[in-house]
Design a protein around this ligand. Structure first.
Ligand code: ADP
Ligand code: MG
Length: 993
């Protein structure tokens, strides 16, 4: 009842929006009517007319009705024409419907248009893309795979070309030359990862602006936006390469121990489960027996939640209820100690819901009888205090002892982490469910779509742990060159829009994370799909048997069936069963997009049976074959409720497009993951517990509701996880913006020496400050070291006695001297090449340290996870640390720039010329340290940039400098500036307090 009212209410808000659009629709159609009288050329001329009017100051909103009308009219003129799309010929037969015009407006406004499958979203997008491309900036459309990018750009390309608008598409195989050409067109189609990787390459790797391919991030429509911004967004885009030094992997070392532990625990668990079942089946079961059995079952659940025997016990509703009750009771605060006691009887415990695994005391002792503390984090603070107290040690010895303690801490924390990942790998990650092993590699299976995610890796060492478990090569640790999350990539666009058949359930997320509102667009024809109640069975086997029976019946009638599965494995199980039943069918796993797209177009033919994972053939329309309408249209069968309602809706939406008939039904079992985890102890299980027998079928409206509410819970949980991840990533994102900003500045400037001198100035200022020239001014304490530093970096022949005056004027005069020295250098360099050299200096410094920083930030993430055992909020800890890391990064970059400025030359001649001039001038100025500034280090740089990596030989030649990295005690931020952590408070009241 309540949901009914809510639906009405939400519906009203969408209706209001639609009403607002109506008058504009009328105007578009009036214009379109007028345009019918124009010649083709006159219509095409409108494109330039609009461009001109925009330059004159008209806004996109003002010309929207005319522009949309032009597109619609072009579509009308195209009707009946033969067009080639992906090497196939088809006839253009589309003219925008009114609801499609509304969809177009929604997209132009930067919202999400929820339009059901088959409503023609591909065509809808042409309207706002055309309009926004008129600005001269790049309008983009993101598709879910390469094939659809090509198909849609070619298909709609006929329309754009008719209007004199250029369109391109990015394909994975393209090299940067081609990519740049594609981005230079008015409209560009491509996948999220191609766009994201191009961004990373442009900003994190390109060493010349000519290597950059993207123009701007202006307007982007994301097709199937839920799939991309919700499902895909869980794995960030990473460009990586092998790490320079290979570290010893703890996984292989720890694996035998873990394997042994898992085996012992398995024996223990089997014993426990046997005892429990013996007790329960004992005639004359006492209340006490029952209690004991319950606790044993609970222990089994804690130790091995997916234990088959336990699942079997739970098939008895009475025992299931008993276990659930005990579980809930024992997890209450009241029973904390007792639960702990029970946990401690195991070797390790597993929290399936939270994907966690922990060793117990017994487990630790078993693993390392000689040193049970090997897996307990030492208390560093106390250890340091102890070391300080020792009177027999010299300061150097104390320092060494501390370093040793620190190193031990790091080893232990890494071990703990690896251990828990290994336990997870063995206990929660099941081969062929969560991952598959292909050609000696562990490949992730996307849990939502069943898609094989080649090339992606679990983070945090989990992937290595699974590799260790499967005895395949543990891939070397890699160094991250550049990374961005999908979320943060898309947040860069000035205007973002999206379209999908299913956004409503995730509306909060779209709104909170992307500020995207969802608008439901009514369908062109009323939807007459019949969604039947779910059927629930006791076991998976029963369920599959029922599915096979349904499929057979439908096939006998001639009605086409599309069977949706959650995983590839399930698809295969079902396919085997159908084969045994002599049902001819096709299986799609979302591996070969184009081929599968062609198969799925035929899924609506009479008598066809298609099994598909969720993503397979997405984006391809299923048209009904002849005579199928009369049979009730396409029959969509779901074999498992998905964690997220959206994915279920997506499956249902595959039938009944454009007013077609169609029917959907889900078949579930009590053994399904979702049912097992989240339906425990609620209304549904009460209904079932009494009567459910093997082979029996249960069906009721209420069941659908309780399953939905279980789904809602999981959705919220997953959203919370994604949001949390994003909060962490936001920290890195801000840093990336700063770094890429500087990098791009250098890349786009002909002579980026301004950036260099800014850096130098800041470095000198910092050093003046630490030399005692701080706010107080005057009495400098540590001038020798400052002078030493200056002379070893710049040929300025500074002397202590010259350094007088206040900090400000000193800074000015020092920088002035460095500039003069540089002017001298400029005079002997190849003028053409200087820009490239300067660029190289900045970019090389940034890349080297930024990549190191990325790795450090990753480690920080891991260690923060461990620290969160304390009372502190890990996120704010992370922010604080990240800021310190960033400070250090900037210091290092600055320093490297200072170091390399006078040590690089465009060629060896220039270097020697400079050397000659300098030694002459140095002589004139007296015996100063000028030559040391140059020493023996020549860093010959390729003219015009070259690669970002310094030639190894040159790097080796570099003279050693004293360790000069300055670690500021407090970050250099104005006390009244807003705090770096984003709290909105002033720095002095937040992290600076
Ligand atoms: P969606 O992406 O919304 O699921 P598609 O863009 O794949 O839908 O289009 C589905 C089908 O509808 C396509 O076969 C397309 O040719 C057809 N179609 C779309 N718009 C129109 C229209 N205005 N008139 C006729 N057919 C249309
Ligand atoms: Mg589509």
């Amino acid at each position: 009842m309540l949901s009914f009212i809510l639906k009405k209410f939400a519906g009203r808000h969408h209706r209001k929006y639609i009403e607002k659009c109506r008058p504009i629709v009328t105007r578009i159609n009036e214009f379109e009517q007028q345009y019918q009288a124009l010649s083709d050329d006159q219509l095409r001329a409108k494109t330039d007319e609009f461009r001109g009017r925009l330059k004159q100051g008209e806004t996109l909103d003002q010309i929207l009705p005319e522009a949309f009308a032009v597109v619609k009219n072009a579509a009308r003129r195209m009707s009946g024409r033969k067009v080639i799309v992906c090497d196939h010929e088809l006839t253009w037969d589309m003219v925008h419907f009114d609801v499609q015009l509304i969809g177009g407006m929604t997209l132009h406004e930067g919202r999400i248009a929820e339009m059901a499958t088959g409503e023609g979203k591909t065509l809808v997008a042409t309207l706002p893309l055309y309009l926004n491309a008129l600005t001269g900036k790049n309008a983009q459309l993101v598709t879910v795979n390469d094939y659809l990018a090509r198909r849609d750009s070619e298909w709609m390309g006929h329309l754009y070309n008719f209007l004199g608008i250029t369109v391109g598409c990015i394909q994975q195989s393209m090299h940067s030359e081609q990519r740049r050409e594609m981005y230079n067109r008015d409209i560009t189609y491509g996948t999220a990862s191609e766009f994201g990787f191009d961004y990373l390459r442009d900003n994190g790797m390109a060493t010349r602006k000519e290597n950059q391919v993207q123009r701007d991030h202006f307007y982007c429509i994301v097709d199937e936006i839920d799939s991309i911004l919700v499902d895909e967004a869980r794995t960030p885009l990473i460009i990586s390469g092998p790490a320079p030094i290979e570290r010893e992997q703890p996984f292989t070392r720890l694996k035998p121990g873990v394997e042994q532990l898992v085996a012992i625990q398995l024996r223990q668990i089997n014993k426990l489960v046997k005892e429990a079942s013996d007790l329960l089946e004992k005639p004359g079961l006492t209340a006490e027996d029952k209690q004991t059995a319950a606790m044993k079952m609970l222990q089994v659940k804690l130790g091995m939640p997916k234990n088959k025997q336990l699942l079997r016990l739970q098939e008895n509703p009475e025992w299931r209820k008993l276990l659930d009750k005990t579980d809930v009771e024992m997890h209450s605060d009241f029973n904390k100690d007792e639960l702990y006691k029970y946990k401690e009887e195991l070797y390790f415990t597993i929290d399936e819901k939270n994907h966690q695994a922990d060793l117990t005391e017994v487990g630790r002792t078993k693993l390392r009888p000689d040193d049970p503390d090997a897996f307990v984090l030492p208390d560093l603070a106390t250890i340091f205090i102890e070391i300080e107290k020792e009177t027999t040690k010299t300061p150097e010895e104390k320092e060494a002892a501390k370093r040793e303690a620190q190193a031990r801490y790091e080893v232990i924390s890494e071990d703990i982490h690896a251990l828990s990942q290994l336990l997870r790998a063995y206990s929660i990650y099941e081969r062929d469910v969560e991952y598959v092993v292909q050609e000696g590699k562990v490949v992730i299976v996307d849990e939502n779509t069943g898609r094989i995610m080649s090339g992606r890796r679990w983070s945090d060492g989990l992937h290595q742990a699974v590799e260790a478990k499967e005895n395949v090569t543990i891939e070397r640790e890699t160094r991250t060159y550049a990374t961005v999350t999908i979320q943060n990539y898309f947040r860069m666009y000035e205007k973002l829009a999206g379209m999908t058949g299913t956004a409503e359930t995730e509306a909060t997320e779209f709104n909170e994370i992307y500020r995207l509102a969802v608008t439901q667009i009514p369908t062109n024809q009323p939807c007459i799909r019949i969604d039947q109640n779910d059927s629930i069975f006791k076991t998976r086997r029963d369920k599959y048997n029922a599915v096979v029976k349904q499929v057979q019946e439908a096939q006998a009638r001639g009605q086409p069936v599309l069977v949706g599965t959650v995983t590839v494995e399930q698809s295969e199980v079902l396919s085997r069963m159908l084969k045994r039943a002599n049902v001819i069918h096709t299986v799609l796993n979302a591996k070969f997009h184009q081929q599968e797209a062609e198969i799925i177009t035929r899924a609506g033919q009479r008598g066809s049976v298609t099994i598909a994972t969720n993503m397979a053939g997405r984006g391809t329309d299923i048209k009904l074959g002849e005579g199928v309408r009369e049979l009730g249209g396409l029959f969509v069968v779901g074999t498992e409720r998905h964690e997220s309602r959206r994915i279920d809706r997506q499956l249902r939406g595959r039938c009944s497009r454009q007013g077609d008939p169609g029917m959907t039904k889900f078949f579930l079992s009590l053994e399904d993951d979702l049912m097992r985890l989240f339906l425990q102890g609620n209304l549904a299980s009460k209904i079932m517990e009494g009567s459910m027998k093997e082979g029996e079928e249960l069906e009721h409206k209420w069941l659908n509701y309780s399953i939905e509410s279980a789904q809602k819970k999981v959705e919220q949980q997953n959203f919370a996880i994604r949001k949390r991840l994003l909060q962490y990533d936001d920290v890195l994102n801000k840093q990336r913006e700063v770094i890429y900003g500087i990098r791009n500045g250098a890349l786009h400037s002909d002579r980026p020496k301004d950036i260099i001198f800014e850096m130098i100035e800041e470095e000198v200022a910092t050093r003046l400050e630490s030399a005692g020239y701080g706010e107080k001014g005057g009495a400098a304490a540590n001038l020798e070291s400052l002078v030493g530093w200056l002379n070893s970096h710049f040929p300025v022949s500074a002397k202590v006695e010259e350094l007088t005056g206040d900090a400000e004027s000193l800074l000015k005069s020092i920088v002035e001297r460095i500039k003069q020295a540089y002017a001298l250098k400029e005079s002997v360099e190849d003028q053409e090449a200087l820009g490239g050299l300067e660029r190289y200096i900045v970019i090389n410094a940034i890349d080297h340290h930024w990549q190191e920083h990325l790795t450090e930030m990753e480690e920080l993430r891991k260690s923060i996870g461990l620290r969160s055992y304390g009372q502190k909020d890990p996120l704010s800890e992370y922010k604080g640390e990240a800021y310190r890391f960033f400070e250090e990064l900037m210091n290092n970059i600055r320093l490297q720039i200072c170091t390399s400025l006078f040590r690089s030359a465009t060629n060896r001649d220039a270097f020697e010329n400079l050397f000659a001039i300098l030694s002459r001038s140095a002589r004139m100025q007296g015996p100063a340290a000028a030559p040391t500034a140059l020493g023996a280090a020549v860093q010959t740089t390729q003219t015009g940039g070259g690669t970002a990596e310094a030639p190894a030989a040159a790097a080796e030649q570099e003279i050693k400098l004293p360790a000069v990295t300055i670690r500021r005690e407090t970050p250099k931020v104005g006390r009244n500036d807003p705090c770096h952590c984003g709290s909105g408070k002033k720095f002095k009241n937040c992290h600076g307090a």
